[in-house]
Ligand binder design. Structure first.
Ligand code: SAM
Length: 365
């Protein structure tokens, strides 16, 4: 099968990019805000260091997050993703979703509700899926790096968690938050044997499985796996596609992946299904196929700092300005100023690459 042509990896700086909508200096409209509402986590995934050090950064009040979100929305953000740490550990997450659901888009023809998504490890999802849906959550992504309980425990280092996560995924689907996306980071020699089993899982459970290339976000080797990040340890898009293309799903009788069109230009995943259209596999390939040229994202850390790229070397202290009494106008000006300087692209795999100044759990995945 043939792959789509490679997306451009970097943006080109534009001379006149100024309009009212939030844009960076490369003309990329910033429509997607990821907000970490805690950097605490109840899993200790081997490659994420989560739980090894515990929380490092402060959490803000919901009112503070809401004020910052409202400012971003007034500048053109249309999609909010709550993340962490583990966002469902944060008391009042449902109420926060309810408040965000009151906001409306500003740069559409008519004001529309926001797209409100959540990235979670799923451990607490079973009991919260319906309340979250009722509060206005539109989508949920569950991180799950194995479809068998033993490998899952070896990665998360939390016993008996697999069944809870599975129950969470099913509850989310039943609550109307489907199709649920299930994100899996593959580490060579650790869980890459699960690729075909994940395809079956997608077909059986009616979820979208998305494989994410492992990114160099940590200083130390992935605990327990004995591996540091290296290009060789990354299970690349090409490899995943080749494996699944050769795979014959149970009961189907033929092998072969079918490529699906992208949902939007800024979509990070290449999408595939099988000959009968059952199951959907996405592959997010920040290492082998960077998609920075289409990036529409910025992040807010749990302590209220703006990060313009996952791989940024510095944060920008929005919350600090709020605490010191800055007006909404001054904060909006600051956001524009910071976003204008958004990096063109990341430099994974290039000489001189520097790891980001925070690890994923402290940035907000
Ligand atoms: N606790 C929530 C969860 O598990 O989804 C949200 C935070 S978690 C840091 C978000 C995502 O980041 C998870 O899917 C995790 O697998 C992913 N992640 C962490 N470190 C990563 C890395 N080095 N490369 C790629 N993805 C990573």
């Amino acid at each position: 099968m043939t792959l789509l042509p490679s997306l451009d990896i970097a943006a080109t700086r534009l001379p006149g990019y100024g309009d009212a909508r939030l844009r960076d200096s490369y003309g990329r409209a910033i429509t997607d805000l990821r907000v970490s509402i805690t950097d605490r986590c109840n899993f200790r995934c081997v490659y994420c260091r989560t739980g090894n050090e515990g929380a490092q950064y402060a959490e803000l009040s919901h009112a503070d997050y809401l004020r910052m979100i409202r400012l971003f929305v007034s500048l053109g953000v249309e999609k909010i993703r709550l993340t962490g740490g583990e966002p469902l550990l944060r008391q009042g997450a449902v109420e926060l979703v309810r408040e965000i659901a009151q906001l409306r888009t500003v740069f559409t023809e008519t004001p529309e509700p926001l797209d409100i998504a959540l990235t979670t490890n799923g451990h607490l999802l079973a009991g919260l899926a319906q309340p979250l849906r009722d509060a206005g959550l539109t989508r949920v992504t569950v991180s799950m790096d194995a479809v068998d309980a033993e490998t899952f425990t070896a990665i998360t280092r939390v016993p008996r968690s697999f069944d809870r996560v599975l129950a969470g995924i099913r509850a989310a689907g039943a609550a109307g938050l489907g199709p649920v996306k299930v994100n899996c980071v593959l580490l060579r020699g650790f869980n890459d044997s699960q690729i075909e089993a994940f395809a079956e899982f997608s077909r059986r459970e009616g979820v979208i499985v998305r494989f994410i290339e492992w990114m160099p976000l940590e200083e130390t080797p992935a605990a327990g796996s004995g591996r540091s990040w290296s290009r060789e340890a990354v299970v690349s898009l090409d490899e995943i596609v080749a494996r699944l293309d050769a795979y014959q799903p149970e009961g189907l009788g033929i092998s072969g992946l079918v490529e699906l069109p992208a949902n939007a230009a800024s979509e990070t995943a290449r999408r595939y299904t099988f000959a009968d259209g059952r199951g959907e596999i996405g592959i997010i390939a920040p290492v082998s196929r960077p998609f920075c040229g289409h990036c529409s994202r910025v992040r807010l850390t749990s302590d209220g700092k703006i990060r313009t790229c996952l791989f940024s070397q510095m944060d920008h202290d929005l919350a600090g300005r709020m605490v010191r009494g800055a007006s909404d106008a001054a904060l909006s000006e600051y956001i524009r100023h910071v976003v204008e300087k958004k990096e063109a692209r990341h430099h994974i795999g290039e000489p001189g690459f520097e790891k980001p100044s925070r690890s994923m759990v402290h940035i907000g995945g």
